[in-house]
Design a protein around this ligand. Structure first.
Ligand SMILES: C[C@H](O)[C@H](O)[C@H]1CNC2=NC(N)=NC(=O)C2=N1
Length: 112
Protein backbone atom coordinates (compact mmCIF):
# COMPACT_ATOMS: atom_id res chain seq x y z
CA UNK A 1 0.00 0.00 0.00
CA UNK A 2 1.67 3.23 -1.07
CA UNK A 3 1.59 5.87 1.69
CA UNK A 4 -0.84 8.78 1.34
CA UNK A 5 0.18 11.09 -1.49
CA UNK A 6 0.04 14.12 0.79
CA UNK A 7 2.66 12.64 3.15
CA UNK A 8 5.21 12.09 0.38
CA UNK A 9 7.92 14.51 -0.72
CA UNK A 10 8.60 15.71 -4.25
CA UNK A 11 11.85 14.58 -5.82
CA UNK A 12 14.05 16.80 -7.96
CA UNK A 13 12.75 16.43 -11.50
CA UNK A 14 15.07 16.32 -14.49
CA UNK A 15 14.53 16.09 -18.24
CA UNK A 16 14.75 12.30 -18.36
CA UNK A 17 12.50 11.73 -15.32
CA UNK A 18 9.73 9.25 -16.14
CA UNK A 19 6.20 10.42 -16.94
CA UNK A 20 3.50 8.50 -15.09
CA UNK A 21 2.26 5.50 -17.06
CA UNK A 22 -1.39 5.12 -18.05
CA UNK A 23 -1.88 2.59 -15.25
CA UNK A 24 -0.22 4.85 -12.69
CA UNK A 25 -2.35 7.75 -13.97
CA UNK A 26 -5.56 5.82 -13.36
CA UNK A 27 -4.47 4.74 -9.87
CA UNK A 28 -3.24 8.21 -8.88
CA UNK A 29 -6.35 9.96 -10.27
CA UNK A 30 -8.49 7.66 -8.12
CA UNK A 31 -6.78 9.21 -5.06
CA UNK A 32 -7.58 12.75 -6.30
CA UNK A 33 -11.33 12.69 -7.07
CA UNK A 34 -11.64 16.48 -7.26
CA UNK A 35 -8.91 16.88 -9.88
CA UNK A 36 -9.22 16.47 -13.63
CA UNK A 37 -6.54 15.63 -16.21
CA UNK A 38 -6.34 18.28 -18.95
CA UNK A 39 -4.22 18.19 -22.12
CA UNK A 40 -3.02 21.61 -23.36
CA UNK A 41 -0.59 21.96 -26.29
CA UNK A 42 0.07 18.25 -26.02
CA UNK A 43 0.99 18.50 -22.33
CA UNK A 44 -1.05 16.54 -19.77
CA UNK A 45 -1.82 18.51 -16.62
CA UNK A 46 -3.84 18.13 -13.43
CA UNK A 47 -6.35 20.87 -12.67
CA UNK A 48 -8.80 21.80 -9.91
CA UNK A 49 -10.99 24.88 -9.41
CA UNK A 50 -11.45 26.04 -5.81
CA UNK A 51 -14.37 28.37 -4.97
CA UNK A 52 -14.30 31.04 -2.23
CA UNK A 53 -16.69 33.66 -0.81
CA UNK A 54 -14.70 36.64 -2.09
CA UNK A 55 -11.43 37.83 -3.62
CA UNK A 56 -9.57 38.16 -0.32
CA UNK A 57 -10.12 34.48 0.60
CA UNK A 58 -9.15 33.36 -2.89
CA UNK A 59 -6.03 35.54 -2.71
CA UNK A 60 -5.04 34.09 0.68
CA UNK A 61 -5.42 30.54 -0.64
CA UNK A 62 -3.36 31.30 -3.74
CA UNK A 63 -0.60 32.61 -1.47
CA UNK A 64 -0.67 29.33 0.48
CA UNK A 65 -0.33 27.41 -2.79
CA UNK A 66 2.65 29.59 -3.71
CA UNK A 67 4.28 28.83 -0.35
CA UNK A 68 3.68 25.10 -0.92
CA UNK A 69 5.29 25.35 -4.36
CA UNK A 70 8.39 26.99 -2.93
CA UNK A 71 8.61 24.42 -0.14
CA UNK A 72 8.45 21.56 -2.66
CA UNK A 73 10.37 23.49 -5.35
CA UNK A 74 7.69 22.36 -7.76
CA UNK A 75 5.47 25.07 -9.19
CA UNK A 76 1.91 25.16 -10.57
CA UNK A 77 0.00 27.65 -12.63
CA UNK A 78 -2.29 29.56 -10.25
CA UNK A 79 -5.15 31.64 -11.68
CA UNK A 80 -6.62 34.02 -9.11
CA UNK A 81 -10.09 35.50 -9.71
CA UNK A 82 -12.84 36.90 -7.51
CA UNK A 83 -14.05 33.92 -5.42
CA UNK A 84 -12.09 31.39 -7.46
CA UNK A 85 -8.59 29.90 -7.73
CA UNK A 86 -7.64 27.48 -10.51
CA UNK A 87 -4.53 25.39 -9.75
CA UNK A 88 -2.83 23.47 -12.54
CA UNK A 89 0.08 21.09 -11.90
CA UNK A 90 2.40 19.58 -14.49
CA UNK A 91 6.16 19.06 -14.81
CA UNK A 92 7.76 21.53 -17.22
CA UNK A 93 10.99 19.53 -17.50
CA UNK A 94 9.21 16.49 -19.01
CA UNK A 95 6.21 18.32 -20.55
CA UNK A 96 3.86 16.00 -18.76
CA UNK A 97 2.79 14.47 -15.46
CA UNK A 98 5.28 13.18 -12.90
CA UNK A 99 4.49 11.65 -9.48
CA UNK A 100 5.45 15.06 -8.05
CA UNK A 101 2.36 16.60 -9.61
CA UNK A 102 0.06 14.18 -7.78
CA UNK A 103 1.89 14.71 -4.48
CA UNK A 104 1.52 18.47 -4.88
CA UNK A 105 -2.15 18.21 -5.87
CA UNK A 106 -2.82 16.18 -2.71
CA UNK A 107 -0.88 18.73 -0.62
CA UNK A 108 -2.88 21.55 -2.25
CA UNK A 109 -6.12 19.93 -1.06
CA UNK A 110 -4.68 19.76 2.47
CA UNK A 111 -4.40 23.57 2.54
CA UNK A 112 -8.19 23.92 2.75
C1 LIG B 1 14.72 25.27 -13.41
C2 LIG B 1 13.45 24.49 -13.20
O1 LIG B 1 12.34 25.30 -13.43
C3 LIG B 1 13.45 23.93 -11.76
O2 LIG B 1 14.33 22.90 -11.69
C4 LIG B 1 12.11 23.39 -11.30
C5 LIG B 1 11.26 24.49 -10.71
N1 LIG B 1 9.91 24.12 -10.54
C6 LIG B 1 9.31 23.27 -11.41
N2 LIG B 1 7.99 23.11 -11.39
C7 LIG B 1 7.36 22.32 -12.28
N3 LIG B 1 6.02 22.20 -12.23
N4 LIG B 1 8.06 21.66 -13.20
C8 LIG B 1 9.39 21.73 -13.32
O3 LIG B 1 9.99 21.10 -14.21
C9 LIG B 1 10.10 22.56 -12.36
N5 LIG B 1 11.42 22.67 -12.37
Amino acid sequence: MTSQLSTQQCEACHVDAPKVSDEELQELMSQLPDWVPEVRDGVMMLERVYKFKNFKQAWAFSNQVAELAEAEFHHPAITLEWGKVTVTWWTHAIRGLHKNDFICAAKTDKLL
